[in-house]
Design a protein around this ligand. Structure first.
Ligand code: G6P
Length: 476
């Protein structure tokens, strides 16, 4: 069973009051949806709108169990504590986190509700996989209600260094909440290291390589695995999509609409301040200004899908980005040529695959990103081995995708040089690099990721059975 704040589908209420379901945004759903489709099972989560009591239902092989949030809880738990406290804190305070006691109260209440919902439907001895920063208290609550369960927790976003994490007024409660799990997964080894250090500093527990040792009341220790399991995508599925004749036809159409001869540079992100969209626009604008690129032979397509739109930092970001795009188009565009095609929409997977196929250069300039699955999607799609990935070293994906052009997005000069290098890269070098990126993404796909996490959970379950049997033996 899987629990995450977002369900794989979002309830959308149209103006005329009719309700529909659409695919939810974000990397978590992109990764987990194919895993759950394949394995089947229950998915507990919020349907994405306030005050909607939706009955459980089946979506193919997945049994969906919606958890309702009131309007006030959406504000305090989701927009507040999750996305205006934890999100900026865990992304190295790129934006200042806000600390409000009433948000923390709502976070505890909603985590309790998710845990109770999962506890109510889990079979005896079942495995429950809790996802992401919105639900960090769920593992501990779940363990206390249902000690028979094997519990995994995966943190999809970065885990910050202790010096940053320690700002959080409720730091001990959060760490203790996560430690309710048997296996705790992170994207990068550095995230797991940061977490372990926080455990040592805040709770004084011993850690041994990938294990945290939690002292028990009887003097023994419960070992908890805390290590990195880098997430991935359904690579074969993306390639299949890209090979579909309709998708290829759409890619051709995009190219001809943008200008057959042009170099197409693409950015695809949720409209989030962690993604470095401003840095990307700055670098691109300067390249146009300097004359190293021109609108006659290049264009930037920026897909910025709407996200967390009622949170003030996100509103400000949107204003800034739209102002900058307007300026760039005003300053450099002509009747015939547009500098930036800015698209404030989410698109279905088919359209994304077509855009990836059409793009000569893919820009991923995140200032901090747990993994960044867009980078992997781009590689998986390019079965023609063309295209260049420019990738931030602050995205988890850079640990694996070494043949991308790795950049520091804060270094605008370096970013500009990398964009020019990408635009002018000879085909032979594109192919060499793309082959290596594709090999990595094909081999380490999302099925392998979930297998390795679930194997770690199984091993931990087996260890527990052995320990229990030994205890019983000692007592009798
Ligand atoms: C990231 C997070 C997910 C989240 C997604 C979309 O990928 O790791 O937990 O669901 O963004 O954000 P949203 O706030 O719309 O759920």
């Amino acid at each position: 069973m899987c629990i995450s704040n977002r369900l794989p589908v979002d309830r959308v209420i149209a103006d005329d009051g009719t309700a529909q379901w659409k695919t939810s945004p974000g990397g978590l759903v992109t990764a987990m949806e194919p895993v759950m489709r394949e394995q089947g099972g229950a998915w507990v989560g919020w349907p994405g709108v306030a005050d909607e009591d939706v009955e459980p239902f089946s979506d193919g092989t997945i049994d969906i169990y919606p958890v309702a949030l009131s309007e006030e809880e959406v504000q305090d738990f989701y927009e507040g504590f999750s996305n205006d406290t934890i999100w900026p804190l865990y992304h190295d305070v790129i934006a200042p986190p806000a600390y409000h006691r009433e948000w923390w109260v709502a976070y505890q209440r909603v985590n309790q509700r998710f845990a109770e919902a999962a506890a109510a439907i889990s079979a005896n001895g079942a495995t429950v996989w809790v996802h992401d920063y919105q639900l960090q208290l769920v593992p501990r609550i779940l363990r206390s209600i249902r000690p028979d369960l094997t519990i995994g927790y995966f943190n999809h976003i970065p885990f910050p260094a202790y010096g940053i994490f320690s700002q959080l007024p409720w730091r001990k409660q959060i760490i203790n909440g996560v430690l309710g799990a048997d296996v705790i997964g992170f994207q990068r080894p550095a995230d797991a290291g940061n977490f372990q250090r926080s455990v040592r500093r805040l709770l004084g527990y011993e850690t041994k390589s990938a294990r945290v040792l939690e002292p028990q009341s009887d003097g023994s220790f419960r070992p908890i695995v805390a290590k990195s399991f880098p997430i991935s995508i359904d690579s074969a599925g993306f390639e299949r999509l890209a090979r579909q004749p309709e998708v290829q036809a759409r890619a051709k159409e995009i190219r001809s609409q943008l200008g057959e001869e042009k170099t197409i540079i693409l950015g695809v992100d949720r409209l989030d301040y962690t993604k470095g969209i401003r840095h990307r626009l700055k670098a691109y604008g300067e390249l146009l200004e300097d004359g190293r690129l021109s609108v006659e032979n290049t264009t930037l397509v920026q897909v910025a899908s709407p996200s967390r739109e009622r949170v003030e930092t996100y509103r400000q970001l949107r204003d800034e980005i739209e102002l900058t795009v307007g300026r760039l188009n005003g300053d450099f565009g002509s009747i015939a040529d547009t500098a930036v095609h800015y698209l404030h929409h989410g698109y279905p997977r088919e359209e994304m695959a077509a855009l990836y196929l059409a793009a000569d250069v893919m820009l991923v300039t995140a200032l901090r990103d747990g993994m960044n699955l867009v980078a992997k999607e781009y590689a998986a799609t390019r079965f023609d081995r063309r295209g260049v990935l420019v990738l931030s070293e602050f995205a988890g994906a850079s640990d694996e995708l070494k043949q991308a052009l790795l950049i520091n997005p804060h270094d605008i000069e370096g970013l500009k040089d990398a964009i020019v290098q990408a635009v002018t890269m000879p085909v032979s070098e594109q192919e060499k690099r793309m082959r290596s990126l594709r090999r990595r993404v094909a081999e380490y796909d999302v099925a392998r990721w979930s297998r390795s996490f679930l194997n770690a959970l199984e091993e931990s379950h087996a260890r527990r059975l052995v320990a229990e049997a030994a205890n019983e033996g000692a007592e009798s």
